[in-house]
Design a protein around this ligand. Structure first.
Ligand code: ZN
Length: 176
């Protein structure tokens, strides 16, 4: 069975909301995890950044949940399972997170997640016919773009460690 999430355009409203919810819920969990790691490093700066981002993504998740009304989005997302078979960016990233966790690595993981969220909501704006969803996704696109920029700014402050990590500056996640 192939696992190619982007081949089929998302047209079903519940499915769309479920995927959006999953992205945001995963992001919250990722930032909580990253914040904990930064606490271990006693990095108050990034600890605060990650906690703020967890809060921001949590607000998104809640907005999405409200739009879905009584539908259990987490259950729908689970049933869809399209990102459950090794395809979930967040899960894959977090699997590698714990032993790589310098501030630079933490920010790389944050960046990957933010870019994927941005891509997802951009695709929603481009494809959805529902004006409410389009408006929500449009707002999320703006916020996720801000998050991407924030992470890039922080990466200037926390450059790559000089240890012999991956040589590839552009795609640290492409390794392994
Ligand atoms: Zn974000």
């Amino acid at each position: 069975m192939s696992n190619t999430p982007s081949e089929r355009p998302i047209t079903d409203l519940t499915e769309l909301l479920a995927l959006a919810y999953q992205i945001e819920a995963d992001a919250v969990q990722r930032y909580i995890d990253l914040a904990e790691q930064m606490e271990v490093h006693n990095n108050q700066d990034l600890l605060k950044v990650f906690r703020d981002l967890a809060r921001a993504e949590g607000i998104h998740a809640e907005e999405i949940r409200k739009m879905a009304g009584d539908t259990d989005l987490a259950a729908v997302a689970k049933r869809l399972g399209r990102w459950q078979k090794g395809g979930s960016p967040e899960e894959v990233d977090l699997g590698a997170a714990h032993y790589l966790m310098t501030p630079w690595h933490a920010l790389q993981l944050a960046l990957i997640g933010e870019k994927r969220a941005l891509e997802f909501f951009t695709s929603v704006v481009d494809t959805t016919k529902d004006p409410k969803i389009k408006e929500m996704a449009g707002e999320f696109v703006e916020e996720e773009a801000e998050h991407v920029n924030l992470v890039y700014r922080l990466l200037r402050k926390y450059p790559k460690p000089s240890d012999n990590w991956s040589e590839d500056d552009d795609s640290p996640a492409a390794q392994g």
